[in-house]
Each structure stands twice: as structure tokens, then as C-alpha cells.
Design a binder for this molecule. Structure first.
Ligand code: XUL
Ligand code: MN
Length: 343
């Protein structure tokens, strides 16, 4: 039995298309995904704004809310909650060069329109969390934007969301690069600084994704710990990543079990989940995966996470503390390795 509640996004079950080739699996409709998510033991679904309302740019504010209510009814049917809504600005022709930090005023206004509509959608779905993955808030050409002005624009954009709804929470998911070359907000440290500069820091936190931390050359558990120290780890995207290369979104724990152990440990040691936080997955099936195995990577990630929870429960704190007091770190390291290996 896990002590956590789990969430996942509809994009985590996908067709296998990548930048170099077309779909390898059939598309699956939202309702079928909800039914399977529930069967697999998920409690909540994470959404992009246009996962909920696909053609939202063509609809009025009232029409968007009405569409969102249909998805809420579907969630209710399967006993699922909505965890967050994320404006999918990176896909839109208006925001090819970023939204909040675009050099075009019209694009920046569009980004705010989508953010306000994301808040409306979140409210209809019964959730109070907006995730900002700042995909294109950075530069491809280093001289194209001022990093100082862009950082201030980002703070102002978040202030706009905080003013629009006085109890919505905003959560930045940092990533150092991809699709942008140089991101303005690449790590959880950047997120904490941006949070502190807003009009209501306690409503602005972070969504730490394991793979994004690895891409920044940082340790995911330490990054989670940094946000936890400020009470600002609002959610997580658990997955894995083989070094500093393209973003892989591998199943949780498949590359680095010790890192997986330490991520679960830092969450368990610090009361993550006690204020309703979910353990979110952001994992992709391999392109070679067949239609019937479309959900296998979700099942595997949950199984590895839960197995790590058991390992953390077995962790002998008194023994570890004694080794720490004596600075016997070779022994401590081997103790952890034996625990993980089960020898
Ligand atoms: C991109 C990424 C996104 C966000 C949700 O790297 O992680 O899937 O998590 O938009
Ligand atoms: Mn993510």
C-alpha cells in the first residue's frame, strides 16, 4: 500500500510520433484513458488547457467553461480528480518565440489570454493549480531577448494570474533547455527566486521533473529538497533520464535506482503529500511499444515507485545515523546499495 496519491497526464499515453518519424500506435480517446488510469490506481489527471478544450482559441470564454464542464463530468464518472491545468503555449502559432517573454506584445497578450482561460478551466475541473512549463521562454538566438527584461516579464505574467484569481496557485516546471536553447528559468532555484519576487510568494511554487533536473546536470532529489525547504514543492513529475541529452521521460527508476530511492526518500522524509500533493508521472512509452502495451510504462513506473517506498520504509535510520555520526560514509553507501539490491 502506498501512502501517496498518484496523477498522470493524457499525453503520457501517446502515439509514439517523434521529431523523426510518424505515429507507431493508434490514438486513444480521453474517456478510454480515464478508465484505464483509474484501473491502474491513479487518483488524478493532469491536463494541458487544450487537452480539456481542444479548439479553445475559436471559442468564447463561456463556451470554454461549458466544454470544461463536460470533461469534469467524465472525471467524476471514473472517480478521478483534476490535479492541474497547464497552458500549452509552445504548440500555438501565436507563441513560436515564447509567450510571456515574447518580443511581440500581441503574443504576450495571447499568452495571458490562454493563462486566464487555463485558470477558468481549472476552476471548472475543481482544481486550484496552474503549471507553467516555460517551453519557449528563453532564446534560440542568444541576443534575441534581454534576460533581465524577460525575467521581469515572467514575474509580471505570474502576478497577472495571481490577481486574476485570488486563490489560484501557480507552479513553474523548470527545464534548462529543449525546445529552447537557453531557458530563463532552468532550475528549481530559479523558480524559488521568481516565486519570491511575485506579489504572493506562498501561491507560487515548483513542479520538479526528475529528467529536467538531470538535463540541468543536477540531482533530482536535491532539487526536490530545495523546494521542500521553502514549502514550495507543489507537485512532481517523476521519470528518468539517461544523462544530458534529449528529454527522454523514461519510466521512473529505470536508469538510476539509487536516484529513484533518494527521490522517494526525500518526499517521504519531508511530509510530501500531506497537504494533498500528488506524485505525478511524466513518462513516455518507447516508440517501439505496441498498442496493447500502451500503458505498460505507467504500470512499471508505479511499481518501481512503490517498491522504492518499501525500501525507504526498511531504511534503518538509527543505524544510518550512527554511521553518519562516525562519518563512516563508505559503510553508509554500501548499506544503501545492499538495501536497494536486496542482498
Ligand atoms: C516537457 C514536459 C511537459 C510538461 C507538461 O518536458 O515535461 O510534458 O510536463 O506540459
Ligand atoms: Mn513534465
Amino acid at each position: 500500500m502506498s501512502q501517496f496519491k498518484f496523477s498522470v497526464g493524457p499525453w503520457n499515453v501517446h502515439t509514439g510520433a517523434d521529431s523523426y518519424g510518424p505515429e507507431t500506435r493508434k490514438a486513444i480517446d480521453l474517456e478510454t484513458k480515464f478508465a484505464r488510469f483509474r484501473e491502474l490506481g491513479f487518483d488524478a489527471v493532469q491536463f494541458h488547457d487544450d487537452d480539456v478544450v481542444p479548439n479553445m482559441n475559436d471559442l468564447t470564454e463561456e463556451q470554454i467553461k461549458a466544454e470544461a464542464r463536460k470533461v469534469k463530468a467524465l472525471l467524476d464518472k471514473y472517480g478521478l480528480k483534476a490535479e492541474f491545468v497547464a497552458p500549452r503555449l509552445w504548440m500555438d502559432p501565436h507563441t513560436t518565440d515564447g509567450g510571456y517573454t515574447s518580443t511581440s506584445k500581441e503574443d504576450r497578450e495571447f499568452a495571458m489570454w490562454r493563462s486566464y482561460r487555463s485558470i477558468d478551466i481549472a476552476r471548472e475541473l475543481g482544481c486550484d493549480l496552474i503549471v507553467l512549463w516555460l517551453a519557449r521562454e528563453g532564446t534560440l538566438c542568444a541576443e534575441a531577448k534581454s534576460p533581465v527584461e524577460a525575467t521581469r516579464q515572467l514575474v509580471e505574467a505570474i502576478n497577472g494570474m495571481l490577481r486574476y484569481d485570488d486563490s489560484i496557485r501557480v507552479c513553474i516546471e523548470p527545464k534548462p533547455n529543449e525546445p529552447i536553447d537557453r531557458s530563463f528559468c532552468g532550475t528549481i532555484g530559479h523558480v524559488m527566486a521568481v516565486s519570491a519576487a511575485t506579489i504572493d510568494p506562498k501561491r507560487v511554487g515548483g513542479n520538479l521533473e526528475s529528467a529536467h533536473a538531470v538535463l540541468a546536470g543536477l540531482d533530482p532529489a536535491n532539487e526536490m529538497g530545495f523546494a521542500l525547504a521553502f514549502g514550495k514543492l507543489f507537485t512532481v513529475h517523476m521519470n528518468d533520464q539517461n544523462g544530458i541529452r534529449y528529454d527522454q521521460d523514461k519510466s521512473f527508476g529505470v536508469e538510476n535506482l539509487r536516484s529513484a530511492f533518494n527521490q522517494v526518500k526525500v518526499l517521504m522524509d519531508n511530509g510530501y503529500g500531506q497537504n494533498g500533493e500528488y506524485v505525478g508521472l511524466d513518462v513516455k512509452a518507447m516508440r517501439t511499444t505496441s498498442d496493447e502495451d500502451s500503458y505498460e510504462h505507467l504500470k512499471n513506473s508505479l511499481a518501481i515507485f512503490k517498491a522504492m517506498e518499501e525500501k525507504v520504509k526498511k531504511y534503518d535510520r538509527a543505524y544510518a545515523d550512527e554511521l553518519i555520526r562516525e562519518k563512516k560514509f563508505e559503510q553508509l553507501e554500501m548499506y544503501v546499495m545492499k538495501l536497494i539490491m536486496g542482498i
